[in-house]
Ligand binder design. Structure first.
Ligand code: ATP
Length: 514
C-alpha cells in the first residue's frame, strides 16, 4: 500500500509538472478540493468528453444532447429531494479536530477485512507453493470463513443503519469496531450529524427580492425539467435519451485523493426514458453498454468491476457502480441507476405541469421511467492518467516516464522535430506541421537534443514523434517514432497522415462499441 501511495504521489506531481492539473488559486496557497486543468489537461479532458458525447449522441439515433444552466429554480431541488435529503453523515474527532464521513470510515474499515483475507491467501500460497488452489482455499479455510462472517455481519448492520438513516447506530458501529482517527489515533468521536452538500447563494439585488439559489449538485435535474421541451421539439419517441455534460458542485465533507473528490467537478449524465415495466431490461442493457465503453479504451479489463448497491435510494429499483482500480483501491467512476418515475412525477407535482408521454403504440399516456448513467469527467480523467503512467526501465539502464494514454485521448497526437536547428530542417518540419495541424493536435519542437525531446513527448503521452533530418530534404521521408514501443521507422512524408489517423482517430475507438 505504501508503494501504491508513492506511485500516486508521483502521478499527482507529474500531472502538475507537465501541465495537466494545477491546484486552484495556487499563488494564494490553493483552495481545498478545487483544481484547474492546464494546457495538456484541458485537451485530455476535452477528448474524454468528446468520446462520451459521440458515443451517446452519434451512435444512438434516439439520444440527443442539451446544455442547461447551472442556476435553476430553487423549487427544483425541493422536488428532487436534495434540499431535504442530499446529506452525508459527518463525525468529528475531538483530538485532531478532523472531520470525516461516518459512512466512509466504516467502508474503509470493511475493506480491511478483505485485505486480511488477501493476506491469509498470500501466506497460504507461499506455504503450498505450486500445489496451491486459491478457489479451494477461499472455500475451505476456517480462518477465512471467520473473517468473512465478521465482515458480512458488519456489512449488514452498516447497510441497515444507512437505509434507516440511523445516525446513532452509525456512531455505535464506529465505537464498537474501535475505529480510530487516522490523524490522532484516538477514539474521541463526536455525535454523527447530517450535513447538506449543496452550495447556496443569492440571486437578484433588490433588498426585498433576493432569492436563495443553489449551485447544482448534479446535472441530471436540468435534463428532467427539459424533458417536455426536448420530447416535443425533437419529436422523440420512447425509448429515448437526453445527454448532458456540465459542472456540478458539492460541499464535500472530506475532500481528498486529488481530483477524485472535488467540490467543483464535471459530470457526463444521460437520462434514458423508457416504458414503465421495461426499466430493468434497459438497466441491464446500459450496464453492459457502459462497461463496454470503458473497456474499449484498453486500460485493462481486470481494472473494472460492478458494485451493486445494497442501499437503494427510496426512488430507485436497481443501482450499480462501475468501479475502477485506482492506486488507492477499486473506486466508483460511474453510477447506473434505475430511477423509476420518481423525478418526473415529483416535478409534475411541484410545478403543477403535466409531464407525461402519449405512447401511440399502446394508445395510452404514462410517466416515463428513467435509467440514468452518470459519470464524473474528473474521475474518468484520473483513471486514465493513473493507468497510463509508467516509469519504464530501459535496456540501457535509463528510466523513462511515459504516459501510455489511449491514442485518441492524447492531448498531442504528434510532435514534429527537426534534428538540428539549421540547414533548412526547421523550415521543412514547419511545412509538415502546416499539413498535419488541420487534422491532429501537432506540436513543433526544436530545442534540446532529440532524445530529450522524445522524453518530453513521452511524458505527456504523445503517440508519435516525427523527426526531420538531412535525408528528408533528399527523399521526402522522415523517422516516425512510436511512443510505447519506441520503434522508429522510415516513412514517406505523404504517408504520415494515414499512419497517424489509423491510431489516433476517435472514430476507430467508437467503432469498437458496435
Ligand atoms: P460518492 O459516493 O463517491 O460520493 P456519489 O455516489 O455521490 O459518489 P453520484 O451522485 O452517483 O456520486 O455522481 C455520479 C458521478 O459523479 C460519480 O460516479 C463520480 O464519478 C462523480 N462525482 C460525484 N461526486 C464527485 C466529486 N465530489 N468529485 C468528483 N467527481 C464526483
Amino acid at each position: 500500500m505504501a508503494q501504491q501511495d508513492d506511485v500516486f504521489k508521483k502521478i499527482v506531481s507529474h500531472a502538475k509538472e507537465y501541465g495537466f492539473v494545477f491546484p486552484s488559486s495556487e499563488i494564494y496557497d490553493g483552495l481545498s478540493a478545487v483544481y484547474d486543468y492546464g494546457q495538456n489537461g484541458v485537451e485530455l479532458k476535452n477528448n474524454i468528453k468528446r468520446y462520451w458525447w459521440d458515443a451517446m449522441t452519434l451512435l444512438h439515433e434516439n439520444i440527443v444532447g442539451i446544455d442547461s444552466a447551472i442556476f435553476m429554480h430553487p423549487t427544483i431541488w425541493k422536488a428532487s429531494g436534495h434540499v431535504d435529503a442530499f446529506n452525508d453523515p459527518l463525525i468529528d474527532n475531538r483530538d485532531s479536530k478532523k472531520r470525516y464521513r461516518a459512512d466512509v470510515l466504516i467502508e474503509d474499515h470493511l475493506a480491511k477485512f478483505d485485505e486480511k483475507i488477501d493476506k491469509e491467501t498470500a501466506k497460504a500460497a507461499k506455504r503450498f507453493g505450486e500445489a496451491f488452489d486459491r478457489e479451494q482455499f477461499l472455500a475451505t479455510s476456517p480462518r477465512v470463513a471467520e473473517i468473512k462472517a465478521k465482515r458480512d455481519a458488519l456489512h449488514e448492520r452498516f447497510a441497515k443503519a444507512m437505509n434507516d438513516s440511523n445516525l446513532e447506530e452509525l456512531r455505535q458501529i464506529i465505537i464498537d469496531q474501535e475505529i480510530v482517527c487516522p490523524i490522532s489515533g484516538t477514539r474521541n468521536w463526536t455525535e454523527v450529524r447530517q450535513f447538506n452538500l449543496m452550495f447556496r447563494t443569492e440571486m437578484g439585488s433588490t433588498a426585498d427580492g433576493a432569492m436563495s439559489v443553489y449551485l447544482r449538485p448534479e446535472t441530471a435535474q436540468g435534463i428532467f425539467v427539459n424533458y417536455l421541451n426536448v420530447q416535443k421539439t425533437g419529436r422523440m419517441r420512447i425509448p429515448f435519451g437526453i445527454a448532458q455534460i456540465g459542472k456540478a458542485f458539492r460541499n464535500e465533507i472530506v475532500a481528498r485523493q486529488f481530483i477524485f473528490r472535488m467540490r467543483e467537478f464535471e459530470q457526463m449524465e444521460m437520462q434514458f426514458f423508457v416504458r414503465p415495466g421495461e426499466e430493468l431490461k434497459w438497466f441491464a442493457q446500459w450496464k453492459e453498454w457502459r462497461l463496454r465503453w470503458h473497456k474499449a479504451l484498453g486500460l485493462g479489463d481486470d481494472k473494472y468491476r460492478y458494485h451493486d448497491h445494497d442501499k437503494l435510494a427510496h426512488y430507485a429499483n436497481a443501482a450499480t457502480d462501475i468501479e475502477f482500480l485506482m492506486p488507492f483501491g477499486f473506486k466508483e467512476v460511474e453510477g447506473i441507476h434505475s430511477r423509476t418515475d420518481f423525478d418526473l412525477s415529483q416535478h409534475e407535482k411541484f410545478s403543477g405541469k403535466k409531464i407525461q408521454y402519449f405512447d401511440p403504440e399502446l394508445n395510452q399516456s404514462y410517466t416515463p421511467y428513467v435509467i440514468e448513467t452518470s459519470i464524473g469527467v474528473d474521475r474518468m480523467f484520473l483513471s486514465v492518467l493513473c493507468s497510463s503512467y509508467e516509469e519504464e526501465q530501459l535496456e540501457n539502464g535509463e528510466t523513462r516516464v511515459v504516459l501510455h494514454l489511449p491514442a485518441p485521448l492524447a492531448p498531442v497526437k504528434c510532435a514534429v522535430l527537426p534534428l538540428v536547428r539549421k540547414d533548412g530542417l526547421p523550415e521543412k518540419a514547419r511545412e509538415i506541421v502546416d499539413e498535419l495541424k488541420f487534422d491532429f493536435a501537432t506540436h513543433y519542437e526544436e530545442k534540446d537534443a532529440i532524445g530529450k525531446r522524445y522524453r518530453r513527448q513521452d511524458a505527456i503521452g504523445t503517440p508519435f514523434c516525427i523527426t526531420v533530418d538531412h535525408q528528408t530534404l533528399e527523399d521526402n521521408t522522415v523517422t516516425l517514432r512510436e511512443r510505447d514501443s519506441m520503434a522508429q521507422t522510415r516513412v514517406p512524408v505523404d504517408s504520415l497522415h494515414a499512419l497517424i489517423h489509423d491510431r489516433v482517430s476517435l472514430a476507430a475507438l467508437l467503432r469498437k462499441l458496435r
